[in-house]
Design a protein around this ligand. Structure first.
Ligand code: TRP
Ligand code: SF4
Length: 336
């Protein structure tokens, strides 16, 4: 039997190339080796965007469309929506009872989220009780399957540490070995920067979406910063100072050593201008995403199929998670 793996993403809108390189391509590979459950974490989205629910339904669809078109196969893996699983809410309450308050307070990722919220407008600056429970809710997602493996980006590793701590604490308190301590699975790809060289993110307006069209992709890449010492085409460049374009080459042509050597050679000997170099890069990326974008378009025209995939996933997960919940309640000697 394959070992269980679970992971999730908040539905914040259409996914970008950073998601693809950092997390999604890893998920796609792992689904052959593990029994995978992929969660659209809409309750987690509510922890900060409780007042922006108007786009939530569309965002959930967009995330699932991106996942499937990038290669998550609903015939092999299970895709589901967190809020459709009442068992998650129930286990969350139980686990929140055994979680010391200072464990959530010292979670570094949560501290960052709280900081961003505080800097925003008055209206959204309230840090809710639900936000404090973010790591416990994520713990619940994982422990609801007793999943041993959680593939995530580096920014989520602190949360998995808390999950391991809560699992261990549960086992100690109730004198059991029921919960396994899950391990994070990191991709070996370094983080893909946004076109301005900073962290890629929707809110920074520096991202390229998986679902962007070819023209938009090219326009964005042509704006990307390059080796700033290369003022003129005749100045030799250095790929190590090319903070965006060359990093993208490394990510999207990682197995094409010949091309990478060519780019280096042409750059270092001033045989190509940055504009042409970036044109070649955007062609490469557009080629790579062509089948993905076509698949996405087809899927989006079949809303019924999409709904069926999600509904079936939800149904399966409710059954899976109920089994774990029953065990937990038995171990805790809850009223029955
Ligand atoms: N917190 C994760 C993120 O923002 C999403 C998430 C929710 C998750 N539940 C999870 C990731 C369980 C891994 C496992 O990306
Ligand atoms: Fe970057 Fe290419 Fe310009 Fe070199 S030629 S600095 S690799 S964009």
């Amino acid at each position: 039997m394959k070992q269980k793996l679970m992971s999730g993403m908040r539905p914040t809108g259409k996914l970008h190339l950073g998601h693809f390189i950092g997390v999604l391509s890893n998920w796609v590979k792992l689904q052959r080796e593990y029994d995978c459950f992929f969660c659209v974490a809409d309750l987690h989205a509510l922890t900060t965007k409780y007042d922006e629910t108007g786009s939530l339904r569309q965002n959930i669809k967009d995330v699932v469309l991106d996942w499937i078109s990038c290669g998550i196969d609903p015939n092999i893996s299970t895709i589901y929506v967190q809020s459709q699983i009442p068992q998650v809410c129930e286990l969350h309450v139980l686990l929140s009872m055994i979680t010391p308050q200072n464990w959530v307070e010292r979670d570094p990722t949560l501290k960052d989220m709280a900081k961003i919220l505080r800097n925003k407008s008055e209206k959204t600056s309230t840090i809710s009780y639900g936000l404090m429970g973010y790591p416990v809710l994520m713990t619940t997602d994982i422990l609801s399957f007793n999943a041993g493996y959680v593939p995530v980006g580096i920014d989520q590793v602190a949360h998995i540490e808390i999950t391991r701590d809560i699992a261990r604490r549960f086992n100690n308190i109730y004198n059991t070995q029921f919960f396994v301590e899950p391990k994070p699975l990191l991709t070996h790809m370094p983080m893909l920067p946004g076109i301005d060289g900073k962290k890629m993110g929707k809110s920074f307006n520096n991202d390229i979406k998986i679902s962007d069209d070819e023209k938009t992709t090219e326009d964005k890449i042509l704006k990307a910063v390059t080796d700033t010492n290369r003022v003129r085409k005749t100045n030799p460049g250095n790929v190590d100072n090319c903070e965006v374009a060359f990093k993208y080459y490394l990510a999207f042509a990682k197995d094409d050593e010949e091309l990478l050597n060519q780019v280096k050679c042409e750059c270092h000997n001033a045989k190509i201008g940055c504009r042409d170099c970036k044109k070649r890069l955007s062609n490469l990326i557009n080629e790579k995403f062509k089948p993905i974008r076509e698949k996405r378009l087809n899927l989006s025209l079949n809303q019924d199929d999409l709904k069926q995939i999600i509904d079936e996933g939800n149904k399966k997960v409710r059954i899976e998670n109920q089994k774990i919940l029953d065990n937990v309640k038995e171990i805790m000697q809850m009223y029955n």
